[in-house]
Write a protein that binds this ligand. Structure first.
Ligand SMILES: Nc1ncnc2c1ncn2[C@@H]1O[C@H](COP(=O)(O)OP(=O)(O)O)[C@@H](O)[C@H]1O
Ligand SMILES: [Mg+2]
Length: 592
């Protein structure tokens, strides 16, 4: 039985095969839900656009009739102007509010879907993406993308309709002149197309560079002590500078491409304008074009420049917005979820059996685990011993299905791990390792993680974990916030908090992965006592490089390069005088 192929999770989902409308359509599930609001926005955009040609249209009667006594009642001027701008303003107001509603409604759904994906995604996601990339995508990128895209779409609609209304009016006024203006358009379209393509490539490169920059910051925040201790500041600063510089370079490049658009379209507009005025002057000499008609035409034509210019600027935010949102979509759509089975039982007895287990990391040439057979009986304590890198942690990760096996079978209570419901399977394990992560909440909430807080049970667990003396000294007791990953607790306190958490969960199988390795002798004793209470009546797998724990195990399994080298109890293995005896002599015993 072989595992599914490794998914490389890519955020580059630009999907060049899709046209821009198809790409926008993929966002409809998020941004297309509020039909009524869209309708409102569309109507107000149409109304707003329809008011545009009315401004030059009002000029025509004003000039032709208004300046001849008695032909135009004076009151009509303020009334029509106020009415016109009132309607225009209201339409703009409504569409702006409508679009904000649509944007943030869509963002809400999109962000929720992204966060749920982070909670449910196959764990390979976290191997291929850094936390800064993921948080940047969920928090900032989709927000910027949606705002840019929606505003650009509003501009596209509003200006497109305005352009349409003004052109229609121009045709109605003087179709010959209008054809001259229209001849300019293919040129504008071509300029836009060429520049848009370049902008798109630059935008993607820009986002990549931003991620890399954020990653350097993340790493340096994480490793701030090591950087100082090893004097690596200069190297890190140089690294940051190189990335900032490439970001600056890209920003310049995309501005160079983007900024050329406006003057180029304006030049084309000026060409059209001069042509039109010359032709109109020639026409007026021969035919009966009125002054009002000419002024209305030129005004309408000048009014066309603004929407044309804005339309030419719309492509960059659309492209940038789409690229950002598509990274969010890629996270949701092309990241596989963890897959589990349907089998569930409330509490396993803790019988674990491995057969023909093989695990190979994609980057490695040799399998990290290659175990032909291993059985752990309910209630048994099995110690896993082996040199660093021999596969102990990998074995533990297979049991909780944090990594997939490539071949073989592992059963818990006779049922293949892959048949177990993931949540039920993981409910059978408590894990205390060196890297237990605390969430920024109260001590009580950290102990009861994932379960309702039962205060008396929390206190009980803290007592058993030898931590209650410490929590009593805290001003707010178990309601004290532990802060970002509980960094203000000492190593031993964190470890005991992790043990309290494991006690609270009360799972049938306990895994201790070098749970005491980071501790000094003093706190190790406190932790060891807590661990002994925790291990009672449970199936326990203990990984330790100190023999105090290993001594008392029912069975010791020695791993070597992913294979089981020896099994037996302490005395048997010493008599065997093999790998265990060598490891023992090498220094394990000195720590007993
Ligand atoms: N996420 C990973 N990707 C690639 N290789 C890994 C990964 N985790 C562990 N390994 C490799 O697998 C081997 C076993 O590692 P591990 O199970 O952590 O050993 P141990 O816990 O016994 O020190 C090592 O050679 C290690 O380099
Ligand atoms: Mg390990």
């Amino acid at each position: 039985m072989s595992a599914e192929p490794v998914h490389q999770i890519e955020f580059d989902a630009s999907a060049p095969a899709l046209g821009i409308w198809q790409r926008i359509r993929r966002l409809l599930p998020y941004f297309g839900a509020l039909r009524a609001t869209w309708a409102m926005v569309a109507i107000s955009a149409v109304v707003g656009a329809a008011t545009e040609p009315m401004i030059p249209a009002l000029l025509k009667p004003l000039l032709d009739k208004g300046f001849q006594q008695g032909e135009l009642p004076i009151w009509t001027v303020p009334v029509s102007l106020l009415l016109l701008f009132g309607v225009r303003g209201l339409a703009g107001y409504i569409s702006q509010i409508g679009l904000t509603r649509i944007t943030h409604h869509g963002l809400l759904i999109l962000r929720q879907a992204m966060f749920n994906k982070i909670l449910e995604a196959d764990l390979k996601l976290f191997a291929s993406q850094s936390s800064s990339t993921l948080s940047n995508t969920v928090v900032f990128e989709v927000q910027n993308g949606a705002t840019m895209l929606v505003n650009a779409l509003l501009s596209l609609t509003r200006n497109g309709l305005t352009l349409l209304a003004l052109t229609t009016y121009l045709f109605y006024l003087n179709w010959k002149l209008t054809l001259i203006v229209a001849a300019i358009f293919p040129a504008v379209a071509w300029v836009m197309r060429v520049l848009t393509k370049r902008l798109h490539r630059l935008t993607q490169a820009n986002q990549q560079a931003t991620d890399e920059l954020a990653y350097v910051v993340e790493e340096n925040v994480l490793a701030h002590r090591d950087v100082r201790l090893y004097g690596a500041q200069a190297i890190q600063a140089a690294r940051f500078e190189r990335l900032s510089e490439s970001l600056r370079h890209l920003a310049m490049k995309s501005t160079v491409a983007g900024a050329a658009m406006t003057p180029m379209t304006q030049m084309l507009a000026a060409v059209a304008l001069s042509a039109v005025i010359s032709v109109a002057l020639v026409q007026s000499a021969s035919s009966a074009t009125s002054v009002g008609g000419f002024v209305a035409f030129v005004t309408a034509m000048l009014m066309i420049i603004a929407p044309v210019r804005q339309l030419s600027e719309v492509s960059s935010p659309i492209t940038r917005g789409l690229v950002s949102l598509e990274r969010g979509l890629a996270l949701i759509q092309s990241t596989p979820n963890e897959s589990g089975g349907d089998f569930a039982m409330p509490r396993a007895s803790g019988h674990i059996a491995l057969a023909g287990l093989r695990v190979k990391y994609p980057s490695a040439t040799e399998p990290a685990l290659d175990i032909s057979e291993l059985t752990v009986m309910p209630g048994e304590t099995v110690a896993l011993v082996g040199a660093s890198g021999s596969g102990k942690t990998s074995l533990v990760n297979v049991l909780t299905r944090f990594i997939d096996m490539d071949a073989g079978q592992v059963t818990l209570d006779g049922h293949d791990l892959r048949d177990w419901q993931l949540s039920t399977l993981r409910a059978q394990f408590s894990l205390v390792s060196q890297q237990v992560v605390m969430i920024n909440d109260t001590i009580a909430a950290n102990v009861a993680l994932g379960m309702p807080v039962d205060r008396s049970k929390v206190l009980e667990c803290l007592v058993s974990a030898n931590l209650s003396q410490f929590t009593q000294t805290l001003p707010q007791g178990i309601d004290t916030l532990v802060g970002h990953n509980a960094t203000q607790l000492s190593g031993g306190q964190r470890q005991r908090l992790a043990i309290a958490r494991a006690l609270y969960k009360d799972a049938p199988i306990l895994i201790l992965d070098e749970a005491t390795s980071a501790l000094d002798t003093e706190s190790e004793r406190a932790v060891q006592e807590a661990l002994d209470r925790l291990m009672k009546d449970r199936t326990t797998l203990v990984i330790a490089h100190r023999l105090s724990t290993v001594h008392h195990a029912d069975r010791i399994v020695v791993l070597d390069h992913g294979k089981i080298a020896e099994t037996g109890n302490h005395t048997q293995l010493l008599q065997l005088d093999g790998l265990y005896a060598r490891l023992y002599r090498l220094g394990l015993h000195s720590e007993v």
